[in-house]
Design a protein around this ligand. Structure first.
Ligand SMILES: [Fe+2]
Length: 300
């Protein structure tokens, strides 16, 4: 059983010297969602084969797709740890069986099912996962006001093995949106990877006209929390509707048609999108506020 410990955030900003996620470290006043640690080894890519340096790759990364809502789900695991602890970011109810089968086939131990925000276009799979895999904990931001096992805030760290995700508050699409960013350190993925939810889409961004959205907030979230990451940071959004799968900070700073503009122009763009009422919002938001368990009230 992986030791799981949670410590609240003390500092409101990210520490440049994050504490180790290793199991041997004492509880730190920094915020951690902590799983068991592992041996240290640097990695550069996503597979489990050996690198040219002879050191094993430690991150397993998979990008999964749900076609009805064009949603990406991300699977990350620490292959350097004997239990291969894993997290799922933005799982969708309709593709849970696929995701859990993959996790089983890869021999991973899923510990967290996380959401970047309360989605309006699909029902999250976190509740179903909790019902099917005992021990998995759901994670969402505290400001989302949704139901979950763990609530994260800006500056928190979510550990799986010796790898971790940093939580950055990126409100604007919804009030509770966060971006999960892989750690900054010698044993963490290089380049870094950021899971932006709907705050930043490839050459776009999420709408700001529902769920406490604010174009002013979104503009500042992206510029202060995403565009300040290294330019080679890989950005993975919650959706794509054109067939793209990944972008980088540098790319979006040059080519994002909305977020390269000044704030007033951005706000004007967002106010004049004339998008239809989200067709799933009346079903998805109430369900997602309850961890996706709309049909399982006894388990909420
Ligand atoms: Fe969304």
């Amino acid at each position: 059983m992986l030791p799981l410990r949670i410590v609240r955030c003390v500092a409101s900003t990210w520490s440049p010297s994050p504490p180790s996620c290793s199991a041997s470290s004492p509880l730190s006043p920094a915020s951690l969602l902590r799983a068991a640690g592992a041996s240290r080894s640097r990695f550069r890519a996503m597979a489990s084969y050996s690198s040219g340096s002879g050191k094993p790759q430690r991150l397993l990364f998979r990008q999964l797709f749900e076609k009805e809502s064009s949603t990406y789900t991300y699977l990350l695991a620490d292959l350097g740890h004997p239990e291969k602890p894993a997290v799922l970011v933005d799982p969708v109810d309709k593709t849970i069986d696929r995701d859990l089968t993959l996790i089983k086939e890869l021999g991973l131990k899923l510990i967290y099912a996380m959401n970047t925000h309360v989605h309006a276009d699909h029902v999250t799979g976190t509740g179903i996962i909790k019902g099917k895999v005992p021990g998995v904990k759901s994670v969402i931001s505290k400001t989302s006001s949704a139901k979950a096992d763990h609530f994260v805030e800006h500056g928190d760290k979510i550990c799986f093995g010796d790898l971790f995700l940093e939580v950055r508050a990126t409100p604007g699409h919804t009030l509770g949106c966060v971006t999960y960013v892989t750690g900054d350190g010698p044993d963490q993925p290089n380049p870094r990877m950021a899971f932006t939810g709907d705050a930043l889409l490839i050459r776009g961004c999420g709408r700001t006209d529902f769920q406490g959205g604010s174009s002013h907030q979104l503009y500042h979230s992206v510029h202060s929390q995403i565009f300040t990451l290294p330019k080679d940071t890989l950005l993975y959004p919650a959706h794509d509707y054109k067939g793209f799968s990944v972008t980088t900070v540098g790319e979006e700073m040059l080519y994002n048609p909305r977020l390269t503009k000044d704030e007033e122009t951005f706000k004007s763009i967002m106010e004049n999108l004339n998008l239809p009422y989200p067709k799933m919002i009346d079903v998805a938001v109430p369900a997602n506020m309850a961890c996706g368990l709309q049909d399982l009230p006894s388990k909420v």
